[in-house]
Design a protein around this ligand. Sequence first.
Ligand code: SF4
Length: 363
Amino acid sequence: MEKVLSAKKKSKELDRNPSIYSYQLHELENWLVENGEKKFRGKQIYDWLYTKRVTSFEDMSNLSKELRDKLAAHFVLTTLETAVQQTSSDGTMKFLFELHDGYTIETVLMRHEYGNSICVTTQVGCRIGCTFCASTLGGLKRNLEAGEIVAQVVKVQKALDEQGERVSHVVIMGIGEPFDNYDHMLGFLKIINSDEGLNIGARHITVSTSGIIPKIYDFADENMQINFAISLHSANTETRSRLMPINRAYKLPDLMEAVRYYVDKTGRRISFEYGLFGGVNDQVEHAEELAKLVKGIKCHINLIPVNYVPERDYVRTPREQIFAFERVLKDRGVNVTIRREQGHDIDAACGQLRAKERQEETR
Ligand code: SF4
């Protein structure tokens, strides 16, 4: 609770009014009462925001003109404009949204047998510096407000409304390190999970971190039923530091201790994301090292055959080698799957669309 309030405090530091999408229902109700309005208006506003998905306070027709004006004077409703929308041959949709200050962010919608999954962005850029990632090339510009993350889901849901479909799953794996924007990320989780909001079940939400250890402990203590993933990418200290410089600040043994704390505290299984980089971390001995590292931990490993990143030197792992890697893990009793690739024809890897836009802008 305190954490969500402090997120709100941060929104006061914005150079504009806060997004109304940053407010949990009880916070909005408090604001209404403090401003001389009835508490029940909160549910009406939520209905306009999350069920009817209006784009203007003016459209909230069961509210008085006075209240609509008050809302418009205190909050912003439209925080994102769609700059580019692409649809892949497999149905994957990629959105480039422009923020009020001209920065752009990416959001991707993926189609699965189990539903429609949206991958949201939490920061403009990223300061973590993973050496395989295009999103970090320009550094961190700023954190997103909780409402700017919520608005990505609402915008994509509006696009799906036209097809009579629903966003059923959310993954926080887009641009940015979610735990580097922890309070706003937590506010976002609570809003999309609430029955009156977008009502996306906790077990349909996944958050992933590169390994900001103190926040892993905080997140474990929140005890939410949300799926949790660690971007691991190597079980070897030197190789992991080469791929992810954060490993020098938050070391692998300490990370694994935090992982064990999380699993003990929540009773939930944890996922490890493991990107396969040709010749770097994709050999049989690497799989053996990985199996040893996760031994005894209730976990699942997601193998991700990584796309070639134009700005970096990494190359794809050959198909047979991906299966050989998987086989080593399976033979050692490790729960493992290979991630299906989507949106191959529309710049689907994290940060690629934004990087391309930036290049075009600077030409
Ligand atoms: S992979 Fe994620 S944490 Fe790492 S630099 Fe890219 S956006 Fe940041």
